[in-house]
Design a protein around this ligand. Structure first.
Ligand code: ADP
Ligand code: 2DT
Ligand code: MG
Length: 212
């Protein structure tokens, strides 16, 4: 018999505000899904990622303009695209810790850039098979460990980002699941898993699409 190409891997995105539990849930998912890998955006290890890291961690003046940093976040996704596509076609499932939805939400929340402007550089990237939004009020997030003091980790900014995320969930195509992230780690994992199983099934039966 002719050997069949492997089924493609699934593209699963975990989104949410800072300290919503994204990294915790990504690693728990990764343990449950055979042949899977976590990709974290921004990927600070690349040359573009280092520019992003400098922007987030230092109060350099003058800082990069809102446009410049926005485009760098998107470029950071485009530079990884060939390796993402290669992994997916080889059958590996990718669990993304943030994606274009953080890109739109954080930049729009700053107030100066339009929604259309912010989404346009990501058009053409692969559309996730499932997008799971971990929803947590910023005051609950503030009580969790891990406050880093990076550029966007301020109460007012987080409130605005949460608002923009609502618009993003209404406007952006894809299968969205909102999970109440204030539940216990185990409960959140069960809800994330239910959504993930759907995404894995979808990916077995459908071609990968692009963000339009
Ligand atoms: P993110 O990646 O979204 O910033 P993390 O997964 O790093 O969030 O979690 C932030 C902090 O909150 C960590 O100290 C983590 O152990 C804790 N945490 C994660 N999920 C929960 C939860 N469901 N309930 C309470 N604390 C949590
Ligand atoms: P972490 O704390 O998860 O490393 O995120 N961000 C992220 C953007 O503004 N645009 C993007 O495209 C992405 C992926 C969210 C670092 C910060 O970068 C923000 C928080
Ligand atoms: Mg994290």
């Amino acid at each position: 018999a002719t050997p069949q190409p492997p089924t493609r891997g699934a593209l699963i995105v975990i989104e949410g505000l800072d300290r919503a539990g994204k990294s915790t849930q990504c690693s728990r998912l990764q343990q449950r899904i055979p042949n899977s890998r976590i990709i974290k955006f921004p990927d600070r290890s690349t040359p573009i990622g280092q520019l992003i890291n400098n922007y987030l961690t230092s109060a350099s003046s003058p800082p990069l303009t809102d446009q410049a940093i926005h485009l760098l976040f998107s470029a950071n996704r485009w530079e990884l695209l060939p390796s993402l596509l290669a992994a997916l076609s080889a059958g590996e499932t990718l669990i993304l810790d943030r994606y274009i939805y953080s890109g739109i939400s954080f930049s729009v929340a700053k107030g100066a850039l339009s929604y259309e402007y912010c989404r346009s550089p990501d058009v053409g990237l692969p559309l996730p098979d499932g997008i799971i939004f971990l929803d947590l009020p910023p005051d609950v997030a503030a009580e969790r460990a891990g406050f880093g003091g990076e550029r966007y980790e301020k109460r007012e900014m987080q409130e605005k980002v949460r608002e923009v995320f609502k618009t993003v969930r209404e406007r952006e195509q894809g299968e969205w699941t909102v999970v109440d992230a204030s539940a216990s780690v185990e409960e959140v994992t069960e809800r994330v898993w239910a959504a993930t199983e759907k995404a894995l099934r979808w990916a077995r039966e459908n071609e990968l699409r692009e963000i339009e």
